[in-house]
Design a protein around this ligand. Structure first.
Ligand code: G4P
Length: 537
């Protein structure tokens, strides 16, 4: 095991069990190769025996109907929400980010549970729209980002172009960790700039570890044994330029999120993956302090954690839910009694699960940085804190105002009560915002992307046997209303037509035009309207 590691701050070194943990997510535009890379990570981590096991999921994602099928098959979808595997002396926890752009809020929350992100880009396409969006979310949290430029076995863009694009588009310095040799059909491999090694890709054997030649720098005469003269001359020239023009690798700058190291490779050929894994080990970082009213340090003895995701109805027969908890501090052991801070109740955590690739396993123990799943009957909600007694509130898991609003009615009006229950559950799961208007019947459901309405309708029918209709409304947005109690009551009474309550009972103002919001700003100086609400209660 790795020796006690030195934190970049002035804190003492972490206990080795915590210091060896790396909790991260992969962000990418669809099709860049996230699923393939995940699969190769698991392969190297020994968590799966054969490539192809994760693939079913990647394919299912691509089309909507398959996505529905995947939703039905909750087992697959959930077991992949957080996966743990060992790599050398490290324990990697890979948290899955939802693939579809419609789920950006869910993605945001997922990213609150990790300490770093890997950004996968396609070497031919560079920075794509979804990459940029997800990157912005990482930036909000100053997450360290490691970049993997994939599909180098195909025709790709010029290396400097790719790097320039990342620097300009994302406003982050790029430092090359490896440099590609040749491209497309003539792609040979990479020169590893960190380890002064030549890594050669083996096209014939996709799952074999690439051949690695240790050299004494780029001028080592043995280079010529492996690289043809024209490519070698180009490599030397480009590396010289890169070293002159680009930022050098710097652990601190990477960890602060100002600089991203980039590796070039080909996930499908298992090429560059191992170097990237080494990069995660090096740049990590190890589990970081988590934001609460006070910073929670991973090395604190008392166990604390927060729920960042709830997955309901994993098994429709049992209506059970799994709350995914990121442990912020301490050493958790199975059977521990933790305080559920919001409910002010003790909870014996007897059946926590760890997700090891395709299998769920009972977690006998877990450390700060780990993600455990806690099966429950609906007590645990996103944002909830679990502690050994301290009445902690974590901060920084916001709820965003939805961008699309529709009314939802039960196909059979007699079943309105069931609809209430189903929608409440989805609201708690974070899959949608559900507003109950002050006047009239029915519910107004808010989401970030159109696809979510369809997924919801399908799940309500599947899980509750209740056909529903979603219909357009006149509203385009919602804002949480806050201010002195009396002012809020007065405002709600004066605007009954447009006021509703969310699933926590908090008032929201449904708006049609920006003008509505401006009017409130003008006429109600004591009232503030906000587009986000902190879910940590
Ligand atoms: P995603 O999860 O980011 O959406 O991407 P995914 O891994 O599913 O990969 C998208 C497509 O890109 C897949 O092809 C995959 O095989 C291919 N791919 C991934 N890595 C590489 C690579 O290094 N080089 C090349 N050339 N292709 C790569 P597909 O045709 O959609 O699926 P399949 O036929 O391979 O199953």
């Amino acid at each position: 095991m790795r020796a006690m590691s030195q934190s970049p701050s002035n804190r003492p070194a972490l206990p080795p069990e915590i210091a060896r943990r790396r909790t991260f997510a992969i962000i990418s535009h669809p099709d860049a190769g996230k699923t393939t890379l995940t699969e190769k990570f698991l392969l190297y981590g020994g968590a799966i025996q054969m490539a192809g096991q994760v693939r079913a999921k990647g394919e299912a994602r691509r089309t909507r109907s398959d996505f529905m099928a995947m939703e039905k098959d909750r087992g697959i979808s959930v077991s992949a929400s957080a996966m743990s595997f060992d790599y050398r002396d490290y324990r990697f926890n890979l948290v899955d980010t939802p693939g579809h752009s419609d789920f950006s809020e869910d993605t945001y929350r997922t990213l609150t549970a990790v300490d770093a992100a890997i950004m996968v880009i396609d070497g031919a396409k560079g920075v794509e729209s979804q990459t940029r969006k997800l990157f912005e979310v990482c930036r909000l949290r100053d997450l360290p980002i490691l970049t993997f430029c994939n599909k180098m076995d195909r025709e790709s863009r010029d290396t400097f172009d790719i790097i320039d694009e990342i620097q300009e588009n994302l406003a982050i310095d790029v430092t090359p960790a490896s440099w590609p040799i040749g491209q497309g059909a003539s792609f040979l491999g990479c020169y590893d700039l960190l380890g002064d090694r030549l890594e050669l890709m083996d096209r014939a054997e996709r799952n074999r570890v690439a051949q690695s030649v240790v050299l004494e720098g780029l001028d080592d005469p043995r280079m010529a044994e492996h690289v043809p003269p024209d490519l070698l001359a180009q490599l030397r020239e480009e590396v010289e330029m890169a070293r002159e023009l680009l930022a050098p690798p710097d652990l601190k700058a990477v960890r602060e999120g100002h600089r991203t190291p980039i590796w070039f490779g080909s996930a499908i050929n298992s090429f560059g993956v191992k170097e990237l894994m080494e990069g995660i080990a090096t740049y990590g970082p190890e589990p970081q302090p988590q934001r609460a009213e006070r910073d929670i340090l991973p090395e604190e003895n008392a166990v604390t954690g927060f729920v960042f995701k709830v997955q309901a109805n994993m098994d429709p027969r049992h209506r059970d839910r799994v709350a995914f908890v990121r442990l912020a501090s301490g050493h958790f052991t199975r059977g521990m009694k933790l305080t559920h801070v919001r409910a002010k109740k003790q909870m014996a955590v007897t059946a926590p699960v760890l997700f090891l690739a395709a299998d769920r396993e009972l977690a006998e123990e877990a450390w700060a940085g780990d993600i455990i799943g806690i099966p429950n009957h609906g007590q645990l909600r996103i944002g909830d804190a679990l502690t050994e007694g301290e009445p902690l509130r974590f901060t920084g898991i916001p709820s965003f105002a939805p961008e699309l609003l529709q009314t939802c009615r039960a196909g059979d009006p007699m079943k309105a009560k069931h609809l209430d229950k189903a929608l409440t559950q989805f609201a708690e799961e974070g899959a949608a915002k559900v507003f109950k208007p002050t006047i009239g019947s029915g519910f107004i459901v808010g989401v970030v992307g159109q696809l979510q309405f369809e997924v919801l309708a399908s799940r309500i029918e599947l899980e509750y046997g209740l056909p529903v209709r979603f219909e357009p409304t006149q509203y385009t947005s919602a804002r949480w209303v806050s201010g002195p109690k009396e002012a809020v009551e007065k405002f709600a009474a004066a605007n009954r037509q447009q006021v509703a309550h969310d699933s926590d009972g908090d008032p929201v103002f449904l708006t049609r035009l920006q003008w509505d919001i401006d009017r409130v700003g003008r006429d109600w100086p004591n009232i503030s309207l906000t587009a986000t609400k902190d879910m940590m209660v």
